[in-house]
Design a protein around this ligand. Structure first.
Ligand code: 5GP
Length: 187
């Protein structure tokens, strides 16, 4: 009897500013059929961000309700805001046998590991610490306090690499996107 192929949940995590969302955006341009979970967040939209596209932007009260109703697969507080993965859409797609990708922070990745041990955890590492600092500082959309907080978090997050199944070093967006697709068995 053929072994049952389980649909795979892949979690992409890594320090803030390492380029996770750029990699994911490139991957989706090349393979628009790859579904990426849209998280809920209490963070305010950045210029150009649209509700329901990059995130579902919700109030603190709405986020409390999502937690209370068990609607989040995982959630975490990051740099003063809360972020969470809506459970329903993820489970529906896995049930249909479709690959699912989450782009979440380290705390969220750990929670997914606990609740779904079969998930594949991918760590996106910067080419160097200096490069990460450059990227975090260069985005130009955050206040110095936010950047400082994010650097502190990033140091802790870099040390977590060993908890992950695979590390991809973000030297080139195209290469990393290709490697990620291969890990998801899309190509
Ligand atoms: P940003 O505010 O830059 O969009 O995201 C900040 C951090 O939150 C990033 O590391 C991002 O991966 C993470 N994040 C986004 N959505 C989620 C989520 O649903 N759950 C968790 N745990 N982290 C998330």
């Amino acid at each position: 009897m053929a072994a049952q192929v389980r649909p795979r949940l892949t979690v992409l995590s890594g320090p803030s500013g390492v380029g996770k969302s750029t990699v994911v955006a490139h991957m989706r341009k090349v393979h628009p059929e790859v579904w990426l979970s849209v998280s809920a967040t209490t963070r305010k939209p950045r210029p150009g961000e649209r509700d329901g596209v990059q995130y579902f932007f919700v109030s603190d009260e709405e986020f409390d309700k999502l937690i209370a109703n068990g609607e989040l697969l995982e959630w975490a507080e990051f740099a003063g805001n809360r972020y969470g993965t809506p459970r329903g859409p993820v489970l529906e797609r896995l049930d249909r046998g479709e690959p699912v990708l989450l782009e979440i922070d380290l705390q969220g990745a750990r929670l997914v590991r606990e609740s779904m041990p079969e998930a594949q955890l991918v760590f996106l590492a910067p080419p160097s610490w200096e490069e990460l600092v450059r990227r975090l500082t260069g985005r130009g959309t955050e206040s110095p306090e936010v950047i400082e907080r994010r650097l502190t978090v990033a140091k802790v997050e870099l040390a977590a690499e060993s908890e992950f199944d695979v590390t991809l070093v973000n030297t080139s967006v195209e290469d990393v996107a290709r490697e990620l697709l291969a890990l998801m068995e899309v190509v």
